[in-house]
Write a protein that binds this ligand. Structure first.
Ligand code: ADP
Ligand code: MG
Length: 225
């Protein structure tokens, strides 16, 4: 089974009042296709830093990130932006939808940015909206959606360019227990069916049973517990 995302020897430090604080220390992670890994850890342990590096939003000081076996570390920023757009799907704590775009347009936009033609993008959006039970909300604006619907649109948008990897930062934080469970079930199902690797940072104990592995970020490394 291939690992769609691999992090090797990641080290990240930040300046803290004149001294250097080590946030990530020789951190390693491999996530296989179809696998959903949950990352937990106290506030300030480096979870967001880890996710930024995994998602090519932040270049690590040491180590490398591989997507489908190829290193994305050390590339030019324009290439990195392209890799992010095509190979990584982000799902954030709040859905971050664009207020003046209808549901369907939110999806079509990211495909257009990747150079997909309009009719192809529109077809794919229709399929994804159907998959995520959003067909009836196709022409709704974000402010007319419930919290769960918004997160489902964010998942559909993250899947639009068929990325290798799904990265989620506390995707259930703004949802009640049932909706949170539904949203993570959908992430898990998409990872399995579409053979993607998924990594989710969470504080939400209730959804851990849906994950294949739970890792704890401690002292700059990811450990099983
Ligand atoms: P978490 O998401 O687990 O709460 P973060 O990754 O956001 O943790 O932050 C880990 C530590 O690194 C915190 O102490 C934070 O203040 C520090 N930190 C994060 N980003 C920066 C930055 N850009 N510059 C300086 N310190 C940072
Ligand atoms: Mg954080």
């Amino acid at each position: 089974m291939r690992n769609r995302i691999v992090l090797q020897g990641i080290r990240q430090t930040f300046e803290d009042g004149g001294s250097e604080r080590v946030i990530l220390n020789e951190l390693d992670l491999e996530v296989a296709e179809g696998e959903l890994v949950a990352i937990m850890g106290p506030s300030g342990s480096g979870k967001s830093t880890f996710l930024s590096i995994a998602g090519a939003l932040l270049e690590p000081q040491q180590g490398q990130v591989l997507l489908d076996g190829k290193s994305i570390t050390g590339k030019e920023s324009k290439d990195i932006a392209e890799i992010r757009l095509r190979n990584i799907g982000f799902i954030f704590q709040s859905a971050n939808l664009i207020p003046y775009l209808k549901v369907e347009e939110q999806l079509i936009l990211v495909a257009k940015l990747a150079g997909v033609d309009k009719s192809e993008a529109s077809k794919r959006a229709t399929v994804l909206l159907d998959t995520l039970a959003l067909s009836a909300r196709r022409t709704a604006y974000p402010d007319k959606l419930s919290g769960g619907e918004r997160q489902r649109v964010a998942i559909a948008r993250a899947l639009m360019n068929d990325p290798a990897v799904l990265l989620a930062d506390e995707p259930t934080a703004s949802l009640d227990a049932d909706r949170g469970h539904d949203v993570v079930s959908l992430i898990e199902k998409q990872a399995k069916e579409q053979r993607k690797s998924a990594v989710m940072v969470t504080h939400d104990e209730r959804i851990l049973s849906l994950c294949d592995r739970v890792l704890y970020l401690e002292n700059g490394k990811l450990n099983a517990k």
